[in-house]
Ligand binder design. Structure first.
Ligand code: FES
Length: 116
């Protein structure tokens, strides 16, 4: 376990996300209604920056490139790449569904820490 400081809890409003480089890993920190969650910052399909994605259904992030959707809390694939029709399906022949890495977080004295 190696918890590393990402930011102060007041730096990130509920519903926001921000990318951090922690211990040579690109981490995306989300502030959801029930706390902070951290995932890998790149989509597992063809590595789009999920920081540019949208948060939907309160706890999923949608990739800005081909609309794969991941559960922010578990990394589970909720929908795989499906946009644009036809092209995404072609890339899916090479890129099979893969969950997003997630990292434990905790808040101590107002500081958000991520276990990388
Ligand atoms: S890069 Fe994310 S769905 Fe293709």
């Amino acid at each position: 376990m190696a918890f590393i400081k990402a930011c102060h809890e007041t730096d990130l409003a509920v519903g926001d996300k921000q990318r951090f480089k922690l211990a040579d890993r690109s981490i995306l920190l989300f502030h959801l209604a029930d706390g902070f969650y951290a995932t890998a910052a790149s989509c597992t399909h063809v590595f789009a920056p999920l920081a540019r994605g949208k948060i939907v259904e309160e706890c999923n992030v949608v990739c800005p490139f081909h609309r794969a959707e991941f559960d922010i809390k578990t990394g589970e694939v909720k929908k795989w790449a499906n946009f644009p029709p036809g092209i995404a399906q072609l890339t899916n022949l090479l890129r099979k569904e893969k969950a997003l890495a997630t990292y434990p977080t905790k808040v101590e004295d107002g500081v958000v820490l991520v276990d990388v």
